[in-house]
Design a protein around this ligand. Structure first.
Ligand code: GLU
Length: 387
């Protein structure tokens, strides 16, 4: 019999829809996939070569659970270089993608019944992960809190343990203004909450905007923030599964103890590739982000031109999150129907907003190739014009 705990866990909608679309494609159907957020770029050659070199030199054994020193040092250097934040290697853990970092972090800080404030719209896995750890996600409306940051206080109770930030946001691409982020951070600190900052899209920011981490505001905010990040998106290394967390030593240590009974270390070969990704030229990142900026402009223009589609221009990540609720009624009653019909009738795979707590919206990614985006947008427009 399946455990009650496992029964409560739903399938990841982003991964399930993508897997289904890939299967349709394999069966010969001409499907355009703009579903899972995964850069279409190949992993840069120098990073792949580092992996090959690791295999050839026999770097194929267990490593320290929390990651090899070289990689932890490279992560510390990255934070010094990019954000002027100083961390010691003992404040870093290398994890199987950002997902494992989040999962083990929640297991490390949540007691049964503890609450974690999560802004809506939220990324699909947060609620499941918090719930699995015995916590209770408390949903706060992001737009309301941005308009009036004091409102955030109304979600805080004696059981609140942490607040979760994810800017640039998946699914909306929203980048929070720095002064609002600082206000949220101050509220978290004055209530002695942990700040979980999922920063996996930090490099995907457009129109000259700069990335800001809540850890950067003060010594205190650095102390209370646990940064979650990954190489997956930044270096187009999704399959390598290298993520990491930085924060207070006791939290990182607890995460390491859990990981030691769970997956042990991240693949030794991927860790070596990760060192090269972080320590060599960052031009590959710049080039990819420049290309994404073009795709963003194109997709935004196409979506804005469709009657009844409502969209704000996202400043970051690689998603568009239009409101398509004007099409609801008849056979399309919600975001799930919208996406199912679009897939079945037009062969375009995107993600329903319901998975992110926003049923009026759907999520499209421009991490697909420009050719696919063009084809996908033609079909999307055709669909909107006929339903
Ligand atoms: N984070 C990406 C997304 O939301 C990848 C899929 C996943 O891990 O959920 O599309």
């Amino acid at each position: 019999m399946i455990s009650e705990r496992a029964k409560k866990i739903g399938e990841s909608i982003t991964l399930a829809i993508t897997a289904n679309a890939k299967k349709m494609k394999k069966n010969g159907e001409d499907v355009v996939i703009m579903a899972s957020g995964e850069p279409d770029f190949d992993t840069p050659e120098h990073i792949k070569n580092a992996g090959i070199e690791a295999i050839k030199s026999g770097f194929t054994k267990y490593t320290t659970t929390s990651g090899i020193d070289e990689l932890k040092n490279a992560i510390c250097e990255k934070y010094k270089r990019d954000l002027n934040l100083v961390y010691e290697p003992s404040q870093v853990i290398v994890t199987v993608g950002g997902k494992q970092a989040l999962f083990n972090l929640f297991l490390s800080i949540i007691n049964p019944g503890d609450e974690v404030i999560v802004f809506r719209p939220y990324w699909v896995s947060y609620l499941e992960q918090i719930g699995f750890a015995g916590g209770v996600p408390v949903l706060a409306e992001l737009s309301e809190c941005v308009e009036n940051p004091e409102l955030l206080k109304k979600y805080i109770t004696s059981k609140t343990k942490a607040i979760l930030f994810n800017f640039p946001s998946n699914p909306s691409g929203y980048v929070i203004p720095e002064d609002i982020l600082e206000k949220f951070t101050d509220i978290a600190i004055s209530n002695d909450l942990y700040i979980v900052s999922d920063e996996v899209y930090e490099k995907f920011i457009y129109d000259g905007l700069a990335f800001k981490s809540p850890a950067s505001f003060s010594e205190k905010s650095k102390e209370k923030t646990i940064i979650i990040n990954a190489l997956s998106k930044t270096y187009s290394m999704t399959g390598w599964r290298v993520g990491f967390a930085l924060g207070a030593k006791d939290v990182i240590k607890a995460m390491g103890a859990i990981q030691g009974h769970q997956t042990s270390n991240v693949c030794s070969i991927a860790q070596k590739a990760g060192v090269v990704a972080l320590t060599s030229s960052q031009d590959c990142v710049k080039n990819m982000v420049e290309e994404f900026a073009k795709r963003r402009a194109y997709m935004f223009e196409r979506l804005s031109a469709i009657d009844k589609v409502k969209i704000d221009k996202p400043m970051g990540a690689f998603y568009m999150f239009p409101d398509v609720s004007a099409f609801y009624g008849g056979k399309v009653k919600n975001s799930f129907d919208f996406c199912s019909c679009l897939l079945n009738e037009e062969k375009v795979a995107i993600i329903p907003g319901i998975g992110f707590g926003a049923d009026n919206h759907v999520r499209l990614t421009y991490s697909a190739s420009m050719e696919d985006i063009k084809k996908g947008m033609d079909r999307f427009e055709h669909f909107c014009n006929r339903i």
